[in-house]
Design a protein around this ligand. Structure first.
Ligand code: C2E
Ligand code: MG
Ligand code: MG
Length: 513
């Protein structure tokens, strides 16, 4: 019978070739006997190789030669289907800590080479029967089969951590990275491949939350925590529009005169069901989902709007999240908020944490210099809680260092805390920076801080963070208010004045409007 497009593998010396044949039978003259086939043979080797390459690209990661996400998922699903009844399967989900910083500071070619080294090290540590895959970016996964016991699994995670913690040489540069690992164990009939992947991902999130460069096993409570996070994220999106965020203010006093020189704005969320929520429970959510830019802008505008009516010698400080530093509009937002409020830049302090100088340090430093050029002051918040390198103090000319309350807490009882505070105040003085001690709760602490040369103090001893209305000294005199508020800004009144405000002020402003 005739045939068309029959692919025929052909082994030739030194090479595998492929032919594609199409032919028709040829019969003898009287048509009774088949004597041959007549047709065309095409060399399709190049097309076959391209097809194989495409199939390879569809299943393997071109950079590291590891299984890609699609193949890894298939293998995981297959392993779950085929596994013996009591066999345990474990899934490790890995993420290289601060990989983005390597890409951003040293360039993508260096980042690529780093990922290749990571892939090889993972393969070296894992057994041949385990599947190592790259799921994308700096995310890797390992499928551990063959019933690995719990303690051996812990060993494997430690070995992976140790292997990836060793310095990596790329183009003559030595790189140090860490990795966070989420671990999920498949227990009979409990979940499918997608759910197992989600569990490992949740465990990875927990490992990152725990400070990174560590591994963390999945726990059932993590599912609820993730759901809560998602719900809060949705609520937070709506909260901004519904006016559920409010600012509280906490005074900073001058240690010598004990007069208030500044108020720090601290955000609170009046959640309709959960009541008042503190920033620690929603700032990270806002940072993770990008809402922090909007939230931060609201805080800045509101704080400046409030401060416009305070006595002019009192400054206002606003916390700036590292995630806001990535916003291209930060400078214009600061300028616009300052001009809308009429507050001079010198009265605004922006508080940043050390992590700003850790990630994208050069870009961020340039941005901080720009902010300072406007005249805004920059404070280093929570000094002592991060990497605490005194180098940070030299790397940028901060106006102020806020010494974290962990050192202030036992300054009146522990010599080492005292020595640290002394070292920071001495250095700050020599670099013309001021210092604020955070979390001052007892007079003994204040006495010690004054002895060590601290400039300012903040803490429950002088006042807890409270709504604006709780500070009578921040309520403007009638005349000042009339001078500062142009006609037409009457809508802002209920926020500015609070319920105890003098009704005559409101009345006269209403007339102006
Ligand atoms: P922070 O900037 O270091 O603010 C000081 C925190 O210490 C505040 O907690 C304050 O209530 C608390 N505190 C002050 N004095 C004392 C004391 O004497 N003893 C004790 N135990 N604690 C004291 P809060 O308001 O819960 O804020 C926590 C953190 O949330 C802030 O730490 C800041 O990093 C962040 N945050 C607050 N508001 C904002 C905001 O508007 N934007 C951003 N990005 N972060 C904010
Ligand atoms: Mg602060
Ligand atoms: Mg602080």
């Amino acid at each position: 019978r005739p045939f068309r497009n029959l692919t025929l593998p052909l082994k030739t010396p030194g090479a595998q070739k492929w032919l594609m044949l199409s032919a028709r039978p040829e019969s003898s003259n009287n048509g009774t006997m088949l004597i041959s086939f007549r047709g065309v043979a095409t060399d399709v080797t190049a097309a076959k190789q391209a097809e194989a390459h495409i199939s390879y690209l569809a299943h393997y990661d071109a950079l590291t030669d590891l299984a890609n996400r699609s193949l890894f998922n298939d293998m995981l699903a297959h392993a779950l289907r085929r596994k013996a009844r009591d066999e345990r399967l474990c899934l490790l989900y890995l993420d290289i800590d601060h990989f983005k910083a390597v890409n951003d500071t040293l360039g993508h070619p260096v980042g690529d080479k780093l990922l290749q080294v990571v892939a090889r090290r993972l393969e070296e540590v894992c057994r041949d029967c385990d599947v190592v895959g790259r799921l994308g970016g700096d995310e890797f996964a390992v499928l551990v089969s063959n019933n690995m016991a719990q303690d051996r699994l812990a060993d494997l995670c430690d070995q992976i951590s140790a292997a990836l913690n060793l310095p990596i040489q790329v183009d003559g540069q030595q790189l140090l990275v860490g990795t966070s690992i989420g671990v999920a164990v498949f227990v009979e009939g409990e979940c499918d491949a997608d759910e197992l992947m989600q569990r490992a991902d949740l465990a990875l999130y927990a490992a990152k939350e725990a400070g990174r460069n560590c591994w963390c096993p999945f726990q059932p409570g993590m599912v609820e925590a993730a759901q809560l996070r998602r719900q809060l994220e949705l609520d937070l999106r709506a909260a901004l529009g519904r006016g559920e965020l409010v600012l509280h203010y906490q005074p900073l006093i001058n240690c010598e005169t004990e007069e208030t020189v500044c108020y720090e704005a601290l955000v609170r969320w009046h959640h309709p069901e959960r009541g008042v929520m503190m920033p620690d429970s929603f700032i990270t959510i806002a940072e993770d989902c990008g809402l922090i830019v909007q939230l931060g802008e609201w805080v800045l505008r509101k704080a400046l709007h409030d401060a416009a009516l305070w006595p002019e010698h009192i400054r206002v400080s606003v916390n700036l999240s590292p995630a806001q530093m990535g916003s291209p509009n930060l400078i214009s937002t600061i300028i616009s908020a300052l001009s809308a409020s009429g507050v001079v830049p010198e009265r605004l302090e922006l508080e940043i944490t050390e992590s700003v100088l850790l990630k994208k340090s050069e870009e961020n430093k340039a941005l901080l210099h720009q902010i300072r050029k406007i005249g805004v002051r920059i404070s280093l918040d929570d000094f002592g809680t991060g990497y605490s390198s005194l180098n940070y103090l030299r790397s940028f000319p901060f106006d102020k260092i806020k010494i974290d309350r962990s050192f202030v807490n036992d300054i009146d009882s522990r010599e080492d805390s005292r020595a640290i505070v002394r070292a920071v105040t001495d250095l700050a003085r020599s670099l013309s920076m001021t210092t604020t001690a955070e979390g001052v709760e007892r007079p003994e602490q204040l006495a010690q801080l004054i002895a060590e040369g601290c400039t300012e103090a903040q803490g429950f001893l002088f006042g807890r963070p409270q709504p604006l209305e709780a500070f009578p000294e921040l309520r403007p005199l009638d005349q000042e208010l009339l001078r500062l508020r142009p006609a037409g800004s009457i809508t802002a009144l209920p926020i500015i004045l609070g319920k105890n405000s003098d009704p005559t002020i409101i009345e006269s402003l209403r007339k102006q409007a």
